[in-house]
Write a protein that binds this ligand. Sequence first.
Ligand code: ADP
Ligand code: MG
Length: 219
Amino acid sequence: MNGDSVDIDLARAWVQAIAAAVDQHKDHLTQLDSAIGDADHGVNMHRGFSAVTTALDGLEPDTVGALLVKAGTTLISSVGGASGPLYGGAFRAIGRTLDTSKATPQEFAHALAAGLDSIQRLGAAAPGDKTMIDAYTPALAAFQQQADAGADLATAALAAADSAEDGLRATAPLQARKGRASYLGARSIGHQDPGAASTALVFRALAETAAAAETAATR
Ligand code: ADP
Ligand code: MG
C-alpha cells in the first residue's frame, strides 16, 4: 500500500474506512431518511458494512476485484432497502473490472465508472432526480479529470470527495423523482438526500485512505 495505486490492502482499508464512517454517521443518515424516507438508511448501511467487515475478515483475495466483489455480494445479501442492491451492484461492478493486484488511478476511474453505470442500470435514476447518483456523478467526473491529468490516487480521491459533498449539498433544493422520497412530491424539497450523503462518505473514506497510504509510504 503506497498510495500510488489501489492495491488489495488499500481496497480493504477503504472498505473498512467506509464501515467506520457509516458507524460514526449512522444516526445522521437515518435522520436524513426520516425527513424524506422511512428512517432506515443509517441502519441499512450499518447492517451492510458490518456484514462486509465480517465477510472480509480473514479473506485473502488474489485481486482487488475479488475483494470488492465480495463486499458487493455481501451488501446485496444483507441490506433490505433499495440502497443494498444499488451499492452492492456498484461494488460488484467496480470489482469485476479490477482483475489485478494493483490498479492505477486511470484503471480505478474506469472501475468507478462501471459502478455508476450499475447503479443507473438498476435504479434508472438520472442526475437531478435527488439520489446517490447526484453525489456519485460529480465525484466520478472529478476523479476521472484528475486521473486523466496524471494526478496520483490521493489527489484524485480528494477531488472526488469534495465534489461528492458539493453534489450532496446540491440535492437539498431538488424534488425527488426516484425512490421512496419521490412519493413526497414537492415535500421532498429542502432536505439532503440520504443516499447522496452515504455516497459522500464512501468517497471521503477513499480520500482519507489514499492520503494515509501516501503518508505512510513517504515516511
Ligand atoms: P429505502 O429507500 O428502500 O428505504 P434506503 O433508505 O437504504 O432504502 O436508501 C435510500 C436511498 O437510496 C435514497 O436516498 C437514494 O439516494 C437511493 N435510491 C433510492 N432509489 C434509487 C434509485 N432508483 N436510483 C438511485 N438511487 C436510489
Ligand atoms: Mg429508507
